[in-house]
Design a protein around this ligand. Sequence first.
Ligand SMILES: [Zn+2]
Length: 328
Amino acid sequence: MHSAPDQERSVCGFCHRPVSRELYECVDTRGSRWKWAVCDLCGAHSLVPRPSDADLAKAYDTAYYGESETKFVGWSERFIEWCRKGRAKRLSQSLKSGARVLDLGCGNGGFLSAMAGMGSYDLHGVELKGGSATRALGRKGIHIKVGTLEQDDFEPGCLDLVTLFHVFEHLVDPGNTLEMIHRAMHRDARLVMSFPNIDSFQARLFRGDWLHLDPPRHLFLLPGNSFRRGMESYGFDVVAKRFFSVEQNPFGLIQSMLNAMGLPRDLLYERLKGNGHYASHHGGGSILMQKAFAGICLFPAIVIDAIESLMGKSATVEYTLIKRPLAR
Ligand SMILES: [Zn+2]
């Protein structure tokens, strides 16, 4: 397959029309250079040029989910597990027994497994082929489809809760996915989506060095107002927002600071994911120093996240949406 010329690929990741203005450069962990640009029509910030299929295949190879079974290693995986349980508990509180749940981009199925422990639900996940999907398939009490969401996967109106945790910004055709989700949701269902907050202080301060740009896997990020408008056009209304995330935001600050100091991009993050290949190119001493730096900064970073969250400027955001009744 040949890739399209860069000009053809300078399109908005959300609405697929040409981008209006380039903002800044960013470099991925393989050293490839990208730009982030803004679309004046829908307001999305997008990675340009649009990554080719080959770029994405490389970016999602085994290194993405780490070389071990879990995405993260040791204490960091246990911490993520604890956060997932908290999220499952929170979201299960408004679900009736027997509710049907879809976690799109379910990774290794950890969230669905946590949901299984919270009550009697009909739990479904969709995940692209790879180590994570294999692990999800091995979990009891959940149904996993390996691949992408397709129109016939769910009957219209059958889903009570749909979740996309840090998945939306990875979607190659977000409009099509939103249409399928809308169709499959019950009229009283909720859609919960979290993703990096491009309105955040971290995004503005660190620009191309911001951890949560995650080039080239994150294709677009929508500012709050653009998200609200964009989702309305697909038939959803935002009913709640949540900013504080001890799982995502403090570490985002620490890793972005390390990136801005000129250290290899996302090195500590890759190391925590068990990406020994990337980390082996750089000395062990440097990793130890970075871990020590992270240890010192962790508590202040959590306090900063709490303050940023009060202002709606924290590094990630979680939205709850409902299906807007169709106008006649
Ligand atoms: Zn656009």
